[in-house]
Design a protein. Sequence first.
Length: 550
Amino acid sequence: MTRIFTFLALFLFASMTHCQVDLDSKEWQEDLRFLQKNIHENYNSLFVKISAEDFDQAVEKLYQAIPKMEDHEVIVGIAELVALFGYGHTQLNLNNWGGLNKSAFSQIPLKFYQFHDGVYIQGIHKDYEQFLGAKIIKIGDKTIDEAIQAVYPVVSAENESFFKAYGIYYLAVPEVLHAKGVIKNKDRVPVVMEKDGKTLKYEFNTIDTYRFPGRYTFIQQEGNWLDARDQSKTPLWLKNLNLIYFYEYLPESKTVYIRHSQIQNDASEPIEAFYARVFDFIENNEVEKLVIDVRLNGGGNNFLNKPIITGIIETQKINQRGKLFVITGRNTFSACQNLVNEMENYTNALFVGEPTAENVNFFGDNRSLNLPNSQLPIRLSFAWWQDKYPWDNRQWTTPHIATDLTFKDYANNHDPAMAAILNYKDEPPIKDQLSDLAAKGDIDQAVEMVSKYVKDPKYRYNNDIESQINTFGYELINLGDYKQAIRIFTLNTKIYPQSANTWDSLAESYWRSGDKENAIKYYNKAISIDPKGRTGDNARSMIQRIQNGQ
C-alpha cells in the first residue's frame, strides 16, 4: 500500500546513527556528483518548480566552492540544493534533536515558535527558566527577521506555513546559523531577547538530547523541560496528546469537537470505529456543530481518510454550511493535506485557522538516497498526489476564516480558532449578496461591501473573493450594463493586481463595450503577468480577433 509518512517523524528521526562527518574536498564533490546523477536519472519528475538547468547551475556553484568550505557548510549547501525543489518530503534533515541525524549537528536547549506577534521561546530546559516566554529580537548579528530570511533557503519549504512549523527549528541549530552567516562561532549562539519590558542577552551553548521533549512541535512541561503556557488548564487542541484523536461534547454550544493529529490508527481504537462512534453520537444527540481540528496533523496513511469523508457525507445533519468546521494550521501536511483536499471536494466544511503546510497537489512519498562517502540520507519524493485539477497550483489550502495565535493567546490558553467557530454567525456567500445587489441595481453598495470584506483580516486568505467578484462582473455584462461591469472588474484589478485573470476580464468588459483600445491595453497586461499560461494564451487570441476586426 502506498502511504504518505508523517513528516514530523522523518524530521525528528531521519537517521539512526550519530557520527561526525569528516571528508576531504574530493569526497564531498564525489557525493555531490552522485546526488546530481541520481536525481537526473531517477527523480527527474521533481523538476517542476525549478528547471534542470537551474539546478545544475546551483550544483556547479557548490562544487566549485567546496574546497573553501568546512564540512558543516557543505552539508548546509547540499540541504539548500535539495530545498530548491520546494517539496517538504524532499529534504535533507538538519534538525538534531536526539543526535539522530548523520550530519552530527547540534542543538541549543530551547524551542522557538513563530507566533503572530513575533518569535518567542515556547519551551526551554529548566536551567534557563529566566528566558522562558521571551521574545526574540536578534540572533547573532541579525535581527530575527534577517535570521529567518537567512535560513529559509535551507528548508524544503512548500510555503510560509511549512517554514513556521518545521523550518523554525533551524534557528536553534548552530551549524546552520553559522553556515548562513547569522553567527560567527558555531559553538555558541548569542541571542538578544525581550521579556517583561527588559532586554536580555545570553549566549546559549549546545546540549546533548535524547529526543525532542514534547509532541507535535511543542515542548511540553515535564521532567527537565518547561512550557511557556499556563499549566493550570489545557485548551482542547492540546489535550490528550498521548491520543492520536479524541472527541468531546460541548453542551453549551451543542458542539462536538475532534482533535485528530495523525492519519494513523490509534492503538486504542481504529479511525473507522472512532468516527463511526462520533457520527452515531451526533445523530442521537443535540449537536449543531462539528469541529475537526487537524492543525497539528502532519500526515500518515492517506488510505485511512475514507471513513472520515463518507461519514460526514452520510451525516446530513452536520454536513451543512455553518455546521461543519475544519481547523487547519502550519502543521497540516502530507496525508492530512489529502484529507483537507477531500473535505474541500466533497463536504460543506468551512476552514478556520492558518493555511496548510502543503501544496494542494504535491510530491509525497519518498525514498532515502544515502550519499556514498558522507552517508547523508537525502529524502527524494517519487509519488505525485493529485486530489485537485491538474492546473490547481495553489501553494496551500487557505482558511475561509483566518485566526492568528499570539504569544499571549498561547500563554493564557486562549484558542482564537475555536472562539471564531463558537461565535460564528452564518451569512450568505458574498457572490449571492453581490447578485442580490446587482438585481437591485445597487452597485455602490456592492463596491462598498467588497472593499470592507477584503480589508477584514479574518478573510485575508480567502482568494475565492476574486472569482466571486469576477462572476458578479459577468452577471453585469450579461445584463448589458458594461459601465458597471468595468467598474467592478477595475475594483478586482486593484484588489488582485497580480492576477492575470482580473486584467483579462477587465479587457473583455471594455471589448464588449466597444472600447477596443482599452481592451488591447488590458489584454496585454494579462499577457505580461501570465506570458506562458492559459490566461495569456486567451489574451493573445482576443487581441488577434480585435485586430482582425471581429
